[in-house]
Design a protein around this ligand. Sequence first.
Ligand code: GLA
Length: 404
Amino acid sequence: MDCFSLSLPLFLLVLSTVSAGAASGINQNGKLGESRPRRDLLDNGLGRTPQMGWNNYNHFPTQLNEELIRQTADAMVSTGLAALGYEYINLDDRWAEQNRDSQGNLVPNATRFPSGIKALADYVHSKGLKIGIYGDAGTLTCAKTMPGSLGYEEQDANTFASWEIDYLKYDNCHNDGIRPQERYGKMSKALLATGRPIFFSLCEWGDANPATWAPSIGNSWRTTGDIKDTWGSMISKADLNDMWASYAGPGGWNDPDMLEVGNGNMTTEEYRCHFSLWSLAKAPLILGCDIRSVDNDTFELVSNKEVIAVNQDVLGIQGKKVNRTGDLEVWSGPLSGNRVAVVLINRGLSTATVTAEWSDIGLNSSVIVDARDLWQHSTTTTIQYQVNATLDSHACKMYVLTPQ
Ligand code: GLA
């Protein structure tokens, strides 16, 4: 029987008793020595690897409409990005009318979405993609242009399911000071009760340490405030998100916010660092640029199959910062097949050599590896003791090390 045809009481039983299968996979290669708490997981079957897709907010915070969504869905397929795993096309704030209808239903904004959301969902599905929508665990959304779902959780979840929505980003504005566990928990149950698998993306900004309670409620949870298209903002989100690494795993991921790659205010090397760190940290890969007119540099970054494969690795362990010497950092984490992913990064203003010693990344000194440079697409065989690279300011290298 399909689990989404279970009765509600059985669903909730499943919800409360399932724990992360991934927890037993920790340290299966005996590296990094981290032990993680067992987790009770939201059992909607989604998010076994971090979600991939697109959301309008970073590039089009206010210009959302159905034409943009249709064109973006088209571009996702025609560029080849869909085939690489980017599957969700997500609407952010401003998709609805300011007021509910006389039955209390959310109403698509007539100017922006004259065809309605169901027709748009049908279009996105016809391209082989999935569609996401935005709501708020308060009385009003952050832009204050549409109602929140507080007190309307079941009704709104049913509306989303009737439109065949696949993903809900659920924001935290105007929340009347009610505990987030309660507000987000209600929507989580309401989504499950619809019987439709809807990816639940909590956007609580990390305020109440959601990593500690959200794995049983959602498939991902923001650990930070909003990212901006600057190096300082991006790298600070990576650092904040890193604190919660041990809580991420298949079914539920830390979310340091959506990608700014391609939005124009960072250098290509800075965007390379952004995409490398997000991939290593098993962060959601939600593109935030205009993919209808993506430039070659941006495309080369976000379409790198080997980097995406690190993000989507079945082991699902969030890579972490494992060594820092001033501005020079080593980030690393285990991958399936006894492999190790490594990012070397120079956060300083001048060129410097960054070194990852085997002891930093959980390898015994006797281990000999082949090192795949994921951005150069080249392999160096028979390396022992360390990998190092001389890096310009705000540049990085990303490797997968495979023991011989
Ligand atoms: C908040 C969220 C953002 C975005 C805006 C929309 O700031 O954190 O990601 O959804 O609201 O208004």
